[in-house]
Write a protein that binds this ligand. Structure first.
Ligand SMILES: [Ca+2]
Length: 72
């Protein structure tokens, strides 16, 4: 595992909240993830992720990553 200072690898935290390890997380899990990563992202932004072209119950890490990139 590569050491990256004190930053936490988002993928690792994602895996830790992905309770059933299917690579997808629910909105509840995504909110937990935002908290664990201490991200400056509001709940509205998280909810938007689940309201793309069609409403979905789970998102992938790739989709979550777009949130990471949008963080100011
Ligand atoms: Ca899951």
């Amino acid at each position: 595992m590569a050491a990256e200072g004190q930053s936490v690898a988002p993928q690792e935290v994602f895996d830790s909240v992905d309770a059933n390890n299917d690579g997808l997380i629910t909105k509840e899990e995504a909110e937990e993830l935002v908290k664990k990563l201490n991200l400056n992202i509001d709940q509205e932004a998280v909810e938007k992720l689940f309201q793309g072209e069609e409403a979905k119950e789970t998102i992938s890490f790739a989709e979550f990553e777009t949130l990471l990139q949008s963080e100011a």
